[in-house]
Design a binder for this molecule. Structure first.
Ligand code: NDP
Length: 295
């Protein structure tokens, strides 16, 4: 039997319907949630991501400010933009689109964003709260989207053995922390490029989260029959049969569909959840500004 679809698009639509109501309430009370998206350079994929975030803001009634700077911009100029956005009182969220040009220190720049406006959830204070098991910070969007999608599908993680493939600051490590957190209660292994015998490590997983950025690397033979597989990867691979000459592929081979009990598709899985969680972080941040304003 083919795996059930972990349908991120459907789950994201539910999250967005709930957000629409929260935005209406905020707006009726005089607070319009406001997100600033800053992009540097002309990477076409990044511009597509930014445009879809801006469009989602429009659909939900969230105000957005789109700042596009040329690739030749200095790091100091980006710092000045972030400082100004931090000061702007009617602004709830600041996002710096990754990747930045090579001459910029991406981590140092995202560290400058006020933790309360860090809707990507990458600031050390927000990640630190996650390590402490606290839920009062802004959570990184992709890992929290993965957790929301698993919850939406009614998957109980308690006591399950989870393997997270990848240990990045933005996906792998926070995903591992969320899976191991009280309430989720999975037993977590983090695998990476130095892991020995990766197929055997993956084959132990009841829940496998693949975030490596290697197209279709996870093979059906690596997956325990009945496992839940979340494919975070977004990779562009050549495909002469498509008019545009490429297609999107996840980190998981399509054959895994015949072994897993649940599998998230690419596209239509974690991607829509990431944007939905960004919107939720923005609304949450606006709600605290509203409460702050009425105190
Ligand atoms: P990074 O490149 O930052 O991290 C990749 C991780 O995978 C690293 O920990 C690396 O190990 C590990 N890795 C790489 N190659 C191998 C290998 N051959 N065997 C074992 N481990 C390996 O990527 P990100 O975490 O930023 O993103 C991962 C994927 O998720 C990408 O495809 C990205 O496009 C996608 N993504 C999707 C999002 C969505 O919304 N759906 C959002 C963000 C990312 P090491 O640390 O040892 O180098």
């Amino acid at each position: 039997m083919p795996a059930q679809r972990l349908d991120g698009k459907a789950c994201a639509a539910e999250v967005e319907a709930a957000l629409l109501e929260r935005v209406k309430t905020l707006t009726a009370n005089g607070t319009i949630p406001h997100l600033a998206v800053l992009i540097v350079g002309d990477d076409p994929a990044s511009h597509v991501y930014v445009n879809s975030k801006v469009k989602m803001c429009e659909r939900l009634g969230i105000r957005s400010t789109h700042i596009a700077l040329p690739a030749t911009t200095t790091e100091e100029t980006v710092r000045q933009h972030v400082a100004a956005l931090n000061q702007q009182e009617d602004l709830d969220g600041i996002l710096i689109q990754s990747p930045l040009p090579d001459h910029m220190d991406e981590e140092a720049l995202t560290d400058l964003i006020l933790p309360s406006k860090d809707v990507d959830g990458f600031h050390p204070q927000n990640l630190g709260r996650l390590v402490q098991g606290r839920r009062d910070g802004l959570l990184p969007c992709t890992p929290s989207g993965v957790m929301r999608m698993l919850d939406w599908a009614g998957i109980d993680l308690k006591g399950k053995r989870a393997v997270v493939l990848g240990r990045s600051r933005i996906v792998g490590m926070p995903a591992a922390l969320l899976l191991a957190a009280r309430g989720a209660d999975a037993t977590v292994t983090v695998a990476h490029s130095k892991t020995e015998d990766l197929p055997s490590v993956c084959a132990e997983a009841d829940v496998l989260v693949a975030a490596v950025g290697r197209a279709e690397m996870v093979q059906a033979s690596w997956v325990k029959p009945g496992a839940i597989v979340v494919d975070v990867g977004i990779n562009r691979v050549d495909d002469a049969s498509r008019e545009r000459g490429w297609r999107l592929a996840g980190d998981v081979s399509p054959e895994v569909e015949h072994v897993a009990s649940w599998l998230s598709p690419v596209p239509g899985g974690v991607g829509p959840m990431t944007i939905a969680m960004l919107m939720e972080n923005t609304v949450r941040s606006a709600e605290s500004r509203h409460v702050g304003g009425t105190e």
